[in-house]
Design a protein around this ligand. Sequence first.
Ligand SMILES: CC(C)(COP(=O)(O)OP(=O)(O)OC[C@H]1O[C@@H](n2cnc3c(N)ncnc32)[C@H](O)[C@@H]1OP(=O)(O)O)[C@@H](O)C(=O)NCCC(=O)NCCS
Length: 207
Amino acid sequence: MKKIAIIGAGGNARELADMLRALPEFQLLGFLTNMHGKYDSPVLGDFSWPSAHEVDAFAMGIGDPISKFRVGQELAMRYPHVEWPVIVHPSAHVGSTVKLARGVVICIRAIATTDVEIGEFSQLNYGCTVGHEATVGAACLINPGANISGGVELGRSVMVGTGSQILQYVRVGDEARIGAGAVVTKDVPPATTVVGVPAASQLAKVR
Ligand SMILES: CC(C)(COP(=O)(O)OP(=O)(O)OC[C@H]1O[C@@H](n2cnc3c(N)ncnc32)[C@H](O)[C@@H]1OP(=O)(O)O)[C@@H](O)C(=O)NCCC(=O)NCCS
């Protein structure tokens, strides 16, 4: 059994903890964080804790895509001997040609169909779908029930809101945010937030 510590201690990390407890290959140690949030669980310690304790693996439990990219990179450099296993819930469907990078988390009933690529530290949350040949960059968060159509390209640290739809072959730039319930019909530039239906028409509403 691998001794695994979750990075982060908020709601997303607690959901991941529940998933890990159900997987027999892992022994869950607890949560590690340097950034205490209002809704955090008690933690084992900060990111120096693994230097004094036995840890075989990390799981990325930070939800915010920009933070998780930074922290993932930092910890991978600091602890090169600690692995970042791919974590797939047994109820998820991951097609035989899907490529998953280190630290990817695929939650309950998420689906990645054919020739999909998911970058390091990215998470497919509950019940989302990612279609044929779509690419998801590093440290993205695809929230529950979102549907990413075939051929979509998501950059690094993209947040895809709950229940949103991204239509086929749309490209979304690094650090963009797709609002909950949005229908994205056109390319989204980097570091842009889009909301509504169709999403591109409401760019001015948020940052
Ligand atoms: C789009 C989003 C990222 C914007 O967050 P934000 O920058 O903090 O924006 P605000 O909450 O300040 O809202 C700014 C405006 O956009 C509107 N807005 C926010 N989210 C919206 C959405 N999803 N759809 C339509 N309008 C939205 C707000 O009503 C507000 O409008 P107003 O100025 O007329 O009052 C966020 O609201 C969102 O949808 N996040 C996804 C959440 C999610 O999926 N969570 C899953 C957890 S498991």
